[in-house]
Design a protein around this ligand. Structure first.
Ligand code: AP5
Length: 218
């Protein structure tokens, strides 16, 4: 399985990718999470990415492609991988295809997740994340037991800086201009099945739909 979860910010790529990978033993590769961990560690890559992320812009392709290549090498050629937030541009998609070709693999499914903007904006305004263990909550749909504190590790939860309303609007625009064209890019490829999942449903229903979409014969 090499699965790509494609969709706007807040549609639930991270939530669904983690659930699927925990249940199936797949590897969840989120370029957003990799960049945030590089920032926390203060690596040169993290420092370079910071400004782009805080403005809600895409980090340059060469940085992302190098980071993913390294991750794939670390995982080895056999692993089943769910990509979350990657690729986000045509050059990234082409680089992924070259990397997979090299190890004799190919993308098995592109899952396009969708929801209306008001839903996305509300989810992002309510998101709280644990900076220590990465658990993600939502004050509206999945709050922690004690407000502001991670249930799993007790750390203080944070509201991502790029989840402020102005940056969210920019991220939605960037998604439409730079990432959504990937849907037709993949649809034009006869060997890559593209499936759609309604991300507006509750978390369990989205997961059920995602699993069904992965099993559909194409
Ligand atoms: P990234 O971290 O990838 O952000 P994103 O794609 O904007 O996606 P999000 O993490 O905001 O949303 P999600 O769809 O994962 O939703 P989630 O499950 O968390 O990227 C951040 C930045 O890094 C980018 O802006 C860019 O600068 C850079 N970057 C990353 N990858 C890059 C790349 N490949 N190229 C260039 N730059 C890159 O859910 C959101 C909230 O909703 C949570 O609170 C969750 O609990 C809740 N929720 C989820 N599902 C449901 C549901 N069904 N019902 C109710 N609530 C729900």
């Amino acid at each position: 399985m090499i699965v790509i979860l494609l969709g706007p910010p807040g549609v639930g790529k991270g939530t669904q990718g983690k659930l699927l990978c925990e249940a199936e033993g797949y590897e969840h590769v989120s370029t957003g999470d990799l960049l945030r961990s590089a920032r926390r560690e203060g690596t040169p890559l993290g420092l370079e990415a910071k400004g782009f992320m805080d403005r809600g812009e895409l980090v340059p392709d060469e940085i992302i492609v190098g980071m993913v290549r390294e991750k794939l090498q670390e995982l080895g050629p056999e692993r089943d991988v769910v990509f979350d937030g990657f690729p986000r541009t045509v050059p990234q998609a082409e680089a992924l295809s070259r990397e997979l070709n090299r190890i004799g693999r190919k993308v098995t499914r592109v899952v396009v997740m969708n929801a209306e903007d008001p839903i996305l904006v509300r989810r992002l305004s309510g998101r709280r994340s644990c900076p220590e263990c990465g658990t993600v909550y939502n004050v509206y749909s999945s709050p922690p037991e004690v407000e502001g504190i991670c249930d799993k590790c007790g750390a203080e939860l944070v509201h991502r800086k790029d989840d402020d309303p102005a940056t969210v609007q920019n991220r939605l625009d960037v998604y439409r201009k730079q990432t959504a064209p990937l849907i037709s890019y993949y649809e034009r490829k006869p060997t890559v099945p593209v499936v759609e999942v309604d991300g507006a449903q509750d978390v369990d229903d989205v997961q059920t739909a995602l699993r069904a979409a992965l099993q559909e014969r194409k």
